[in-house]
Design a protein around this ligand. Structure first.
Ligand code: NI
Length: 274
């Protein structure tokens, strides 16, 4: 029986270089049934697609995250054009299920010019998603207002997708839910200081939450500090079940359905009629 859908992880990460095959086979033999490995740079996107092409139950996203935008513009154009051609040539295998991670990250970037650059490439990749009829995976950190403004201007509601590792307030959650977006919930929910995220999970309808690990990062309690893997998803499921007052089985089932709906290109693999 299919159980967990890890909607966001980084199997390409160098922390998995020593034992990637073993990690993937552990996932394959566990209750984690489906898996999306997220790109964040040209390099990572290529690796994600390569891994996805090797395993039935693994899919990929492609995109350049705000933290991985190359400094010189010529390189950036080259990279974005290559990502576009990877996505466009994917139409037969359908293993690329979203454009992402894309967005804004002002935590690491203080320079206004560089921030404006992030905004430009965020919009540009949203348009690629619109053109390819793919959802997007948003990475947004310390950039709530600008991300929301761009989301509205670019009519995110027509594109869809997930705000990955959601870290904003209930008011912000309401805005994204109104646009039809899903909220990605992971290990952070188990942290002591996660008061705001707990409020968000309490507020959001259950049919708009998806599970994610962001592994190898953001390991949930009680394994915090160790390398994260999808095997830790049950801790996130338990935390959601407790807040929502429902069973862990219900959380597994509903988040599974949500992820399949969100990455709508998975439809044909699972025969759902969404
Ligand atoms: Ni990520």
């Amino acid at each position: 029986m299919l159980k967990f859908f890890d909607s966001h992880a980084h199997l390409d990460d160098e922390k998995f270089d020593v034992d990637r095959k073993k990690v993937i086979s552990e996932i394959e033999n566990s209750d984690i049934a489906c898996f999306v490995t997220a790109g964040y740079s040209l390099e990572a996107s290529k690796k994600a697609v390569k891994i996805a092409n090797q395993y039935n139950f693994i899919y990929a996203t492609c995109g350049i995250s705000p933290n991985d935008i190359p400094q010189d513009e010529e390189n950036l154009w080259k990279e974005i054009l290559e990502i576009e051609s990877i996505v466009k040539s994917n139409k037969d295998s359908k293993k690329i299920v979203a454009i992402g991670e894309i967005g804004l990250d002002y935590y690491w970037e203080k320079d206004p010019k560089a921030r404006a650059n992030q905004q430009y490439w965020f919009r540009r990749q949203m348009n690629l998603a619109r053109e390819k009829k793919l959802p997007i995976v948003i990475h947004s950190r310390d950039a709530a207002k600008d991300t929301l403004d761009i989301a509205k201007e670019e009519k995110l509601s027509e594109i869809g997708g997930v705000v990955h590792c959601f870290s904003y307030s209930v008011e912000m959650a309401r805005e994204y839910l109104n646009m039809g977006m899903y909220l990605g919930i992971g290990g952070v929910l188990t942290y002591k200081n996660a008061r705001v995220l707990k409020e968000v999970v309490d507020y959001a309808p259950m049919d708009r939450l998806v599970l994610e690990t962001d592994s190898p990062y953001l390991t949930p309690v009680p394994n915090r500090g160790k390398r994260n893997s999808s095997q830790n998803l049950p801790y996130v499921v338990m935390a959601i079940a407790e807040i929502k007052g429902i069973t862990t089985k219900e959380v597994e089932d509903i988040t599974w359905e949500n992820a399949v709906k969100m990455y709508h290109c998975l439809r044909k693999y699972y025969g759902h009629s969404y």
